[in-house]
Design a protein around this ligand. Structure first.
Ligand SMILES: [Fe+2]
Ligand SMILES: [Fe+2]
Length: 466
């Protein structure tokens, strides 16, 4: 088997024997991990998957039936821009680094490991969903997301192996040893330890949590460490499909609900999801994902920016790339009341990235509201206040309602199930999860997609069961 068949890549892997050996040693551990905690029960099926075969926009993707363990996980960096220079921070204008600067080694290692850890974590979280897929189309989309998260892990492990020596090899092993939700060896970030046991949560996760990934990848694609910038740039192209799955999956749930309501029926009684339950799932997954951006006021974020390691979303669109002047206003609780405080811009980098994220989420919610509106309904969905239900940052440990008003602990306890999924909501959603695995058929709680994948019809046999 040629090397490019074994590990497809555009990084001249065959010229670097040491790196090649390290990756060849890691590959069997990765495949073991995939078999153990990857998608459960469908590993022998033929799945109509998209595989990355190059980085050129006109033809990087190839569609065909593949058994998931045979997916060609590869290493692709976006093409080099000749003479790229660092676009922000204290090293503004210096040439980008092709090797890790010694003084930034720990910082870069931590950033890469944190990003890398989310990739296998989400595969683990989603591993049992195949059994309850609402259609073969959705089943295929789940597996596409899963194999691509596996490829993202490869992308980050390549950086660890290529640039961090023995430490990098150890980190690569650790990435396969931690487990989502395991109290003894959990994944690094909170939202990646939450179980995803139903498809409404899966669509919410790909809508809101993968979208955090999008903004983290954009910020890293600005990095002065060029291999990281190029790896993340290509990952963004794959991430777009994950968010499509989430945004349109949620939209199809809303569409089904709206159709039933327009016909004068109660969605819950008809085996669908009522608007209030949908809103509570939205509140949960949106706020878990807000936490992933880190503290509103963060000296770490300031250090990453100063060092030229992690920039802002589309840094070139900002005017001031040094960001040492000016300030950013953050609402904080002081003596039991909300007051506005000025924070140095560099210390507010997480919050600035979160602003872009919130705006992008709102665009998705607007789409769902148009679906409600087209059905002639007056119900509307909304994003809760970004202070609501936070477990990271300056509002962690405090209680707020979805409007962002401060509450006492007792007020919160009395009302939390108005805002977050109640045990009854979860039981209802779980009761809807019956796998539909016949071509052209779909579950009762979701509308079919407007179009299939790669020009195929919805009725296409996206997964051939063995
Ligand atoms: Fe990913
Ligand atoms: Fe993703």
């Amino acid at each position: 088997m040629s090397l490019n068949d074994k590990i497809p890549n555009n990084v001249n892997l065959s010229d670097d024997r040491r790196l090649l050996r390290a990756l060849e040693q890691w590959q069997p551990s990765f495949l073991d991990w995939w078999q153990q905690v990857g998608p459960e029960g469908f590993q022998g099926d033929d799945v109509y998957l998209r595989t990355a075969i190059s980085v050129h926009t006109d033809g990087w993707a190839h569609f065909d039936y593949v058994k998931m363990p045979d997916y060609r996980w590869g290493i692709f960096l976006a093409p080099t821009e000749t003479e790229r220079s660092i676009g922000f921070g204290d090293h503004l204008g210096d040439p980008v680094w092709q090797e890790v600067p010694g003084e930034l080694r720990n910082m870069l290692r931590r950033i890469i490991v944190t990003q890398a850890d989310t990739e296998p974590a989400s595969v683990e979280q989603q591993r049992r969903l195949g059994h309850t897929a609402p259609s073969l189309y959705d089943l295929r989309n789940l597996f596409q997301v899963n194999v691509e998260e596996g490829r993202h892990l490869w992308a980050m492990v390549h950086l660890l192996h290529a640039h961090f020596g023995k430490d990098g090899r150890e980190e690569a092993e650790e990435l396969l040893a931690r487990r989502s939700g395991d109290p003894d060896k959990p994944r690094i970030l909170g939202a990646f330890n939450e179980p995803i046991s139903d498809w409404l949560s899966f669509y919410m996760f790909t809508m809101f949590t993968d979208r955090d990934g999008k903004f983290q990848l954009y910020a890293l694609s600005e990095s002065g460490f060029d291999p990281l910038a190029r790896a993340t740039k290509f990952m963004i192209t794959e991430e777009a499909h994950h968010m499509f799955v989430g945004e349109m999956g949620c939209d199809r749930v809303v569409q089904r609900t709206a159709e039933l309501m327009r016909a004068g029926k109660d969605p819950r009684a008809e085996g669908a999801v009522d608007v209030a339950t949908f809103q509570r799932y939205l509140n949960l997954w949106y706020t878990l994902s807000l936490d992933l951006f880190g503290g509103e006021i963060s000296s770490n974020a300031a250090d990453f920016f100063a060092a030229g390691v992690k920039g802002r979303y589309k840094e070139a669109q900002h005017e001031d790339h040094v960001a040492l002047t000016g300030d950013y206003v953050v609402p904080v609780v002081r003596n039991g009341a909300l007051v506005e405080e000025k924070v140095a811009v560099r210390n507010a980098m997480n919050e600035i990235l979160r602003d872009h994220y919130v705006e992008d989420c709102q665009r998705g919610v607007d789409r769902w509201n148009r679906t409600l509106e087209r059905a002639g309904l007056s119900e509307r969905l909304r994003l809760p206040s970004r202070r609501f239900h936070r477990q990271q940052g300056i509002h962690a440990g405090l209680c707020f309602d979805t409007e962002g008003n401060l509450l006492t602990g007792d007020q919160w306890e009395a009302r939390k199930h108005e805002w977050l999924p109640s045990p009854a909501d979860r039981a209802h959603v779980t009761s809807l999860m019956q796998g539909v695995h016949q071509p052209g058929r779909i579950a009762s709680w979701i509308a079919p997609p407007a179009k299939g994948i790669n020009g195929q019809a919805f009725e296409f046999e996206y997964v051939r069961r063995s």
